[in-house]
Design a protein around this ligand. Structure first.
Ligand code: ZN
Length: 135
């Protein structure tokens, strides 16, 4: 297993626009991309913080994963994403370690990345994502 860095931290918010205003006007970060990921029923906004990004997630559907998360737990940190150079290898290794996976195969995430999620039941309560830059 090779993790190079934290690719991003995903944060669930109720209102993307007011969250963007906070990150830009108070923290001084710049939103460089807004993207809707229909597959996950979210609208995302991205900020760079060194090698790591902040990914704000607003639900586009109350029945989507972020809509349900906010209903249950409120706004806040939703997941942590590690950058891995070899996603399929990483999935295989984790699977063989007996960790429960949400995605046994890579799928497309925001920014064209290949991604896979590990189940928080197996990862001490932290929804964990692996990301690999698509070539
Ligand atoms: Zn993510």
């Amino acid at each position: 297993m090779l993790i190079t860095h934290i690719e991003h931290i995903g944060i669930a918010v109720k209102d993307l626009d007011s969250a963007i205003t906070y990150y830009e006007n108070v923290l001084g970060l710049k939103c460089y991309a807004i993207e809707e990921v229909a597959d996950q029923k979210v609208k995302t906004a991205f900020f760079k913080v060194g090698d790591t990004k902040i990914e704000l997630l607003e639900s586009t559907d109350p029945e989507g994963p972020i809509g349900k998360f906010i209903e249950k737990k409120g706004e806040g940190i939703h997941h942590i994403a590690f950058n891995v150079p070899e996603l399929e290898e990483a999935i295989k290794e984790v699977d063989e370690s007996g960790i429960q996976l949400i995605d046994k195969k890579p799928r497309k995430g925001a920014e064209g990345m290949n991604i896979a999620f590990l189940h928080p039941k197996s990862t001490f309560g932290v929804l964990t994502e692996f990301c690999e830059k698509a070539d």
